[in-house]
Design a protein around this ligand. Structure first.
Ligand SMILES: *[C@@H]1O[C@H](CO)[C@@H](O)[C@H](O)[C@H]1NC(C)=O
Ligand SMILES: *[C@@H]1O[C@H](CO)[C@@H](O)[C@H](O)[C@H]1NC(C)=O
Ligand SMILES: *[C@@H]1O[C@H](CO)[C@@H](O)[C@H](O)[C@H]1NC(C)=O
Ligand SMILES: *[C@@H]1O[C@H](CO)[C@@H](O)[C@H](O)[C@H]1NC(C)=O
Ligand SMILES: *[C@@H]1O[C@H](CO)[C@@H](O)[C@H](O)[C@H]1NC(C)=O
Ligand SMILES: *[C@@H]1O[C@H](CO)[C@@H](O)[C@H](O)[C@H]1NC(C)=O
Ligand SMILES: *[C@@H]1O[C@H](CO)[C@@H](O)[C@H](O)[C@H]1NC(C)=O
Ligand SMILES: *[C@@H]1O[C@H](CO)[C@@H](O)[C@H](O)[C@H]1NC(C)=O
Length: 464
């Protein structure tokens, strides 16, 4: 579909949807807690290997995008690896009266948007359109479309390289945007709405009212570091979450996402290990600005510290800012640049000497890079080498085996596969390591924005 006809469609829809506003503000509490659920797309393949393979592919596709954000035009079809998505979702209430919409929690992006209008078009979504939860602006008295001349329009458009839609548009019409993700993309009009927590209403919250998307059946709540993100718009001092352990199938269990506002103290949360967020020196690039960089210093496998060249661990102060580690709730499996992965895999190979490596064909079929044949053994009984990430300041993240080895059965054989991946294309590009949500499961993590630090502790999050 041509951009111009999309725009006409969007403007047509926006004129049908406009409403006037009347707003109110409640008192000023400082914390809000939202349930956080593991999500798994509705139409996951019934074959678990296919599911796993598509999750692996999705992680890589997303990694390519996070590393090369500017290489894709809006609304191109990225490779269709199915949209199976081992992610986590939250529900938020927007509008007056409030409409409850679920979003994917994403610390690797900043915009927040929902499928909007009954005309929502979702390409390659393989989902019954009537099952897509929609926000309907005309049912809300607080919906206001942002026009092209509003400074917020330029801000959202300019911080998003693929959205040049406002250029040449000299108008008081609604502000169009497009956001590109590792998997899929979305296009719509910028809306000002009321975000409603039981404790407080936030008025004039900027949210994307999406009209057409590829492979994005649900909205995304960007928790990144740039001004359009949810934490920035709400002025959060910190947010924290647990990720419940998910075995990549549907679960009704949930845990908590907690948002903190106001001048919380600088005190550390008891039992948390902290490491500072680091800024990528390439500050003129807004895409890197939205990422949460942490200073991973060591990867320890068993008793051995993996030898990783420093240049991969620290974003370089050059024009491309390559290297460094980011924390991303929207990537399933941790992704490492190939030289780092190879060093980690070699160390695992040495420590797993008593197990036979799966064939290359089996690994390719499963979609993960390092698998062992454990036929005849019980996963729970196997003594795997420990995996520890050590961060600047000495904070150590000692992972549970389920954070990095996944049992996989196929044919008459049983395997375990490392849920850390690479791809030969992923060389020294930015960032070098994407810490995915599988590695964050069973941890309580805190993004302390005010004090610019990342905190974590191991914790069993599953509620019974
Ligand atoms: C936009 O509108 C202004 C004033 O209304 C006018 O001066 C300007 O030439 C217009 N620009 C374009 C590109 O149409
Ligand atoms: C999900 O997988 C886990 C582990 O394989 C299993 O115990 C659980 O019953 C599964 N849940 C559903 C809803 O299938
Ligand atoms: C990066 O380099 C520039 C100029 O070369 C310098 O001014 C700046 O302080 C450096 N930043 C960091 C974080 O090292
Ligand atoms: C940052 O700005 C410098 C100088 O203005 C430019 O050469 C460089 O390409 C920019 N970096 C990025 C990643 O856009
Ligand atoms: C392999 O098994 C042998 C015999 O059980 C044991 O002595 C050795 O430590 C094992 N090696 C590793 C790397 O676990
Ligand atoms: C895995 O190991 C078992 C037992 O050693 C063997 O019978 C089976 O063929 C192996 N599977 C594959 C796919 O290599
Ligand atoms: C699995 O084992 C059964 C019986 O032992 C055999 O009939 C079947 O062909 C085997 N399947 C594979 C994929 O090896
Ligand atoms: C990053 O910059 C360095 C030096 O400026 C250069 O050697 C390297 O090829 C660049 N990497 C990428 C992926 O652009």
């Amino acid at each position: 579909m041509a951009a111009s006809s999309l725009l006409s469609l969007m403007f047509l829809i926006s004129t049908l949807l406009l409403a006037s506003s009347s707003l109110s503000v409640a008192p000023n509490p400082t914390t809000f807690t939202i349930p956080l659920s593991a999500i798994f797309t509705k139409n996951q393949p019934s074959d678990p290997i296919k599911t796993l393979n598509s999750l692996a592919s999705s992680s890589l596709t997303r990694a390519h995008h996070l590393k090369h954000p500017k290489t894709k035009p809006p609304l191109t079809k990225t490779k269709v690896f199915s949209h199976s998505y081992g992610g986590y979702s939250i529900s938020l209430n927007f509008g007056t009266p409030p409409q409850t919409i679920s979003f994917i929690l994403d610390t690797g992006s900043s915009p927040i948007w929902f499928p909007c209008t009954s005309q929502y078009i979702c390409i390659d979504c393989h989902i019954d359109p009537s099952k897509i939860p929609l926000f309907i602006p005309k049912l809300s008295s607080s919906s206001k479309f942002i026009d092209c001349q509003n400074p917020n329009c330029a801000r959202i458009s300019s911080s998003n390289p693929s959205s040049k839609l406002c250029q040449g548009c000299n108008c008081s019409q609604a502000c169009p945007y497009s956001f590109q993700y590792g998997i899929g993309s979305t296009l719509g009009l910028l809306l000002s709405e009321t975000l409603d927590f039981p404790e407080k209403l936030f008025t004039n919250f900027l949210v994307g009212c999406s009209i057409i998307s590829t492979q994005q059946p649900a909205g995304i709540a960007g928790f990144g570091r740039t001004p359009e993100s949810l934490p920035s718009q709400l002025g959060l001092s910190k947010f924290s979450y647990y990720l419940i352990s998910q075995r990549f199938n549907d679960t009704s269990e949930s845990s908590d996402l907690t948002l903190y506002r106001g001048s919380s103290s600088d005190a550390k949360t008891p039992d948390l290990s902290y490491t500072p967020f680091r800024k990528n020196p390439v500050l003129n690039d807004s895409t890197f600005r939205e990422f949460y960089y942490v200073d991973l210093r060591k990867v320890i496998v068993g008793s051995k510290s993996v030898n990783i060249p420093y240049k991969y661990l620290v974003p370089e102060n050059n024009t491309n800012g390559s290297g460094g580690t980011i924390v991303d709730s929207g990537t399933t499996f941790t992704i490492m640049a190939t030289p780092i992965f190879d060093a980690v895999a070699t160390t695992f190979e040495a420590e797993m000497g008593n197990f036979s490596r799966a064939s290359a064909a089996a690994e390719a079929f499963i979609g993960l890079n390092l698998c062992y044949n454990i036929t005849g053994l019980k996963f729970e009984k196997i003594k795997f080498p420990k995996l520890t990430f050590e961060f600047m300041g000495g904070a150590k993240m000692e992972l549970l085996v389920v954070n990095y080895f996944l049992p996989v059965d196929f044919g008459n054989s049983s395997f375990v596969c490392l849920t850390i991946m690479t791809d030969i294309i992923l060389d020294l590009v930015e960032p070098a390591i994407i810490l995915g949500n599988t590695q964050q499961q069973n941890f309580y993590v805190e993004f302390d924005l005010k004090n610019n630090r990342f905190g974590f502790r191991r914790q069993s999050c599953n509620k019974k």
